[in-house]
Write a protein that binds this ligand. Structure first.
Ligand code: SAM
Length: 280
């Protein structure tokens, strides 16, 4: 069964009395080359966690390429469809649930090398990625399709308009690389914008200790909340007991002008700044 064939998709949905649900970000891939390329890009892993399998076109490719696959799908209507479309595979388990409410650590054996792979639902791309990078599961890689402009934000270098709190959060977690673009015409229904597949590889040595993460998040959030403000002004409201002048001096000691704005600092410098302001 070609799960990227539009007539197959329509027949399956009709047979199960389903419609595509826009509110769940359902844009299914209709070019079999794309799920194949995404599954290949995942690299070495013992298990793959897929988010939002839809009718299973990417899931099937993941099952062919990897030892075990766990797919979490929110749409209850798609669960019986997936039992049908993935019937030939014995290395898959499909879980009905919301990825944001799923206890990921409970799904995998400690020590298992788990990779994430997904054509993410666009309405919650960032919340899902923030949840994944905060998860106690030490993922070996995250290979995800996101909207092209979101990919540009994820991979933006410091200093530009695309560089923001999400860029810093992902940069603190690991390296983000754009692998390839996928134009809107490869989806049904076609979204308004093009997409891109990105690969996030966690740092071998984490940039932050677990106990430093809450302070890091509040520093980064404050830095980007009002982008027009200087960083010293933006950080003045946080409970670190430093004056704006002292904040300016700290930034100078890191090699920046005292009136630098938040988008100039690298994730590494945000980690240093967090330690200076909130020593543990
Ligand atoms: N993997 C399929 C493909 O590539 O054609 C479908 C991808 S579609 C962009 C996103 C999928 O995520 C949909 O099947 C949707 O129902 C599912 N989804 C949406 N929100 C979700 C959530 N919170 N947790 C798990 N799955 C979700």
């Amino acid at each position: 069964m070609d799960l990227c064939d539009l007539s197959v998709i329509r027949e399956l949905l009709d047979a199960h009395g389903l419609r595509m649900q826009k509110s769940l970000g359902q844009n299914f891939l209709i070019d079999p080359d794309v799920p194949r390329r995404i599954a290949e890009a995942v690299g070495e892993a013992d298990e793959v966690l897929e988010i939002g399998p839809g009718i299973g076109c990417l899931t099937a490719e993941l099952c062919r390429a990897h030892p075990r696959v766990t797919a979490v799908e929110l749409d209850a209507g798609l669960i019986p469809v997936l039992s049908e479309t993935l019937a030939e595979f014995s290395n898959v388990r499909v879980i009905h649930g919301d990825i944001l409410k799923t206890d990921l650590a409970a799904l995998f054996e400690p020590g298992s090398r788990v990779a994430v792979c997904a054509n993410l639902p666009y309405y919650i791309t960032t919340p899902i990625l923030m949840e994944l990078i905060a998860s106690p599961v030490p993922f070996v890689s995250l290979t995800v399709m996101v909207q092209a402009e979101v990919a540009a934000r994820f991979t933006a270098p410091p200093g530009g308009r695309d560089y923001g709190a999400v860029t810093v959060a992902l940069g603190a977690y690991g390296t983000v690389r754009k692998l390839f673009s996928v134009s809107a015409g490869h989806f049904y229904p076609a979204p308004k914008v093009d997409s891109a597949v990105v690969r996030i590889t966690p740092r071998e040595t984490p940039l932050l200790a677990e106990k430093e993460k809450p302070a890091f998040r509040s520093v980064v959030r404050a830095a980007f909340e009002k982008r027009r403000k200087t960083l010293a002004n933006a950080l003045a409201a946080l409970p670190h007991g430093r004056s704006k002048e002292e904040l300016g001096e700290i930034l100078s000691s890191l090699g920046y002008p005292a009136d630098v704005r938040g988008e100039r600092l690298s994730p590494e410098d945000y980690a240093i700044l967090t330690r200076l302001l909130f020593p543990q």
